[in-house]
Write a protein that binds this ligand. Sequence first.
Ligand SMILES: [Zn+2]
Length: 467
Amino acid sequence: MLRNIIFYYLLFIQFFSIAQAKIDIVYPAQKSVTINAPSAFIFGNTDENSQFYINSNPVKLWNNNFFVYVVPLNYGKNIINLTSKKSGKEETVIYTINRNRPSKGTWQQQSFTPKPADSVLYSKTIKENATVREKPATASNRVVDLPENVILYLDGKQGDYYKISETGNSEFWIHKTNISSPVNVQKEIKPKLKNIKQYSDNDYDYTKFYLSHPVLYTIKQSGKSIKLTLYGIETENNDKTISPNYEFTFNYNTPILGFDGYYQDNNFIFRRAKVKEINNKCPLKDIKIFVDAGHGGIEKGAVGPTRVNEKDINLKISKNLTEELQNAGAQVYTSRLEDKKVTLSDRVKSAKDKNTLISISIHCNSLPAGKDPYISHGTEVHYYNENAKTLAEIIQKNLVKDLNLKDNGIHKSSFALNRSTNPVSVLVETAYIINPEEYILLQNDNFQKNIAKSIKKSLEQYILSIK
Ligand SMILES: [Zn+2]
């Protein structure tokens, strides 16, 4: 009996070690997933010289035997059979994808509790980057990220958000976790503006507002002017004509590059990057540029069908770009030159700390479940602020032309690496890692170099356009 068991056990081991053809499914990562869409893509790789089938349909194998396949999904449970056949041997893996019927939402409007009459709700921000939003919801647009210790007066509460008072026609909300517990106070003591001073250094023109206490602020660009609003303050001499909100408009006759505001103790500093004299022959000479290779370390980014990681492609392109820019005379700073994790806030902070004029973040695109990687591919540039739109347009136009990629246009989207108004920030989604042809291109040395060359050319054109 024992002998029989050992015999079958050995036979079992032998059978699998010989007959098992490799099927490496990269996506979906689990064998049972829910995808609520009419189709799902599956990608991975298999053995050399094998035939590959999904639900009995032959599947094209690309370089290095990878496949990218789209299966239609019915409502309920979809069984996906993935079979690899090689010299008479066969291996099948079964995946199940559930697709749920759309359910009716049970969203409820939360009611607004106003502050008590004849009193003021007083609070303070209790942490760095306390985000103020346009609506009482996490998905709502950001207005500003405040530092710690900013005085806020509140009108009332809706859900977990408080509404900030005296903000004129704008509505501003802050999540309860960002502020101290609001207390009712009888008399509103307003922060005062004591003085204003202007000064400059090599990179910026500064305007410093001397305040008795930090307050909520917003900075908005419109064409060639920037409006700074300091909310809820009074001037030292109680000038009621500018109370409660102090507005300061900066008008320029040159294009607006990077600008931002921050607190130094109680004093608010607005700064704007200087437009220096431009060297026509060598436009990038001495220009400070931040090159960010997306992801890194344990953050792989998207993973391609043969498990090449986005982070590694991003790094190669970024290194090429760094070299191109340095050869063109630019002063380049990078978020990473090796495979390591760098937090988003550290990336943004180092771009600012180095007083860079432009920040470029390099990525490869991928798709959410339910999309078709044969239809969605190509190149696109993401910007968020008005001052980065021209740069995004120039990079997009050149990448499409120089690399013969599908033009997905420029997109206004809010990512950590393009949300700041200083430096002028864009994020480039070079091409799609899960589109077979672009996946092959993205791994090609020349393609990586040509992306870098194209972006360098765009930066030169951008700098010349500032004049
Ligand atoms: Zn990415």
